[in-house]
Design a protein around this ligand. Structure first.
Ligand code: DX5
Ligand code: ZN
Length: 222
């Protein structure tokens, strides 16, 4: 089943709780929370206090995308704040395997994210531990950027590597996804779709329903 993960970075923060509830009611599967530290990526977004304060708004999976150097420092704090899935960047972890194990030992789902320039092969020896691989379809750091179309081939290469190893982590795509281009990602093999501006720019509930309808159509054809 294809899942939708609205990124709250695109939401209106003065009514964040309400917006999360509205995408939840419209059928969002995960709530994608982008944590940025101003070092791994240029911008700073939010952290544990905000995540903890909106945790009570929904029971949906909190998918925390850590755009943070050495995220192992925050695994326990993120768990306490309410994360269900922690996704760390391969480029930001000196000991990626250890960090992934730490997330699993905390009882959470573990994901690894790849910047556009990072090849899927860096995950070869940790793939068996991962619940999810996040293929960035923009350079991380900001919402509202344009999708890099070449990343579709990377998703295919990743899917081939997974198949050759007999593994099937979820494949998440993040950055520049809209109702008009999401099919490209679905055809390439993505099954968790992050969308920030394409959900929260305008009628968020209506946009969630539109994405879910596209997913149903695609699954009907498959
Ligand atoms: C970008 C973030 C994304 C961002 C997506 O670094 O990881 O999750 O919020 O926003 P859109 O969908 O607007 O590109
Ligand atoms: Zn993200």
């Amino acid at each position: 089943m294809i899942l939708l993960a609205p990124s709250v970075l695109g939401a209106d923060f003065k009514r964040l709780g309400e917006q999360i509830q509205s995408v939840d009611r419209a059928g969002a599967d995960y709530i994608h929370l982008d944590v940025m530290d101003g070092t791994f990526v240029p911008s700073i977004s939010f952290g544990m206090p905000l995540i903890g304060s909106v945790r009570g708004c929904t029971e949906r999976i909190f998918d925390v995308h850590m755009m943070v150097e050495e995220p192992s420092r925050y695994v326990d704090d993120m768990k306490r704040a309410g994360a269900d899935l922690i996704c760390v960047h391969a480029e930001a972890c000196r000991h990626l395997d250890r960090t992934i194990r730490q997330i699993k030992e905390a009882g959470l789902m573990a994901g690894a994210a790849l910047n556009p320039a990072t090849p899927p092969e860096v995950l070869r020896w940790v793939l068996g531990e991962l619940d999810l691989v996040l293929v960035m379809t923009v350079n991380p750091g900001f919402g509202g950027q344009k999708l890099i179309p070449g990343m579709m081939d990377k998703i295919r290469a990743l899917k081939d590597m997974c198949a050759s190893l007999g593994l099937s982590p979820r494949i998440e795509v993040d950055g520049g996804i809209t109702a008009d281009n999401v099919r490209l990602a679905l055809e390439a093999g993505a099954d968790v779709i992050v969308a920030g501006s394409a959900v929260f720019g305008g009628d968020a509930a209506g946009n969630v329903r539109r994405f879910k309808e596209i997913f149903r159509e695609f699954e009907g054809e498959a």
